[in-house]
Design a protein around this ligand. Structure first.
Ligand SMILES: CC(C)(COP(=O)(O)OP(=O)(O)OC[C@H]1O[C@@H](n2cnc3c(N)ncnc32)[C@H](O)[C@@H]1OP(=O)(O)O)[C@@H](O)C(=O)NCCC(=O)NCCS
Length: 183
């Protein structure tokens, strides 16, 4: 495998949506692909970060981060949400998902990012530096069912920022629908 990662080009959107559909399966795949397509056109999602992984020039993985605002927080903070992570089934369990997360976090840090949120599998994201956002005082854009409370997670990209901030997270318009916040 010859893996490379780069910031997605607009010409790669269709290939990204194919990866997303294959990773998530037929029904959920269509929903997530539509959300990603909408977010890539949504000015309120910017600045966004869309990173792809390729093997021999074939797109095999994708991660998307969109901007977030922290409301009721006296300190201005640069925050993002990891909206979606997809790896083609034939390439799963080879570390590509983890590498996409690490590459995305590295690039966000370089862009001045301070906080990253995710709603996802707790066991998976804990391995990549995320921990409970609720415990730290960050409220999700829409209520998370109590049984999935630990799926709402955060990671700081600048040391100490979590000690100084809390509040309600507001997301891009395309993501601002309760259906996207059911884990
Ligand atoms: C989740 C996903 C992105 C992981 O990508 P990947 O490249 O296979 O992941 P990695 O190779 O970096 O990591 C594999 C590890 O993650 C674990 N893992 C995969 N899916 C998991 C899940 N849903 N919950 C907990 N752990 C999970 C694997 O068991 C494996 O564990 P191990 O290292 O202890 O053997 C990929 O399986 C995928 O695209 N799934 C479908 C889409 C999806 O659900 N995305 C959203 C994630 S919130």
């Amino acid at each position: 495998m010859t893996l490379h990662m780069h910031q997605a080009k607009s010409s790669e959107t269709e290939a990204i949506l194919c990866v997303v559909r294959s990773a998530f399966g037929s029904k959920q795949g269509d929903e997530v692909a539509k959300l990603i397509d909408d977010l890539l056109r949504d000015p309120t999602a910017c600045p966004l970060l869309s990173v792809v992984a390729t093997d021999n020039d074939v797109l095999v993985g994708h991660v998307l981060f969109t901007t977030a605002n922290l409301e009721q927080c006296p300190q201005a903070v640069s925050a993002s949400i990891l909206v979606s992570l997809s790896v083609c089934p034939d390439f799963q369990n080879c570390g590509i998902g983890g590498m996409l997360i690490a590459e995305g976090l590295h690039r966000l840090r370089e862009m001045g990012g301070e906080l990253v949120f995710v709603l996802g599998y707790p066991e998976y994201y804990q391995k990549h530096g995320f921990s409970s956002a609720t415990v730290k005082g960050y409220v999700a854009p829409y209520p998370i069912a109590p049984e999935h409370a630990d799926a709402w997670m955060v990671q700081e990209l600048q040391t100490g920022i979590m000690k100084r901030t809390s509040g309600r997270v507001a997301c891009a318009e395309a993501l601002a629908d309760p259906k996207h916040w059911r884990e």
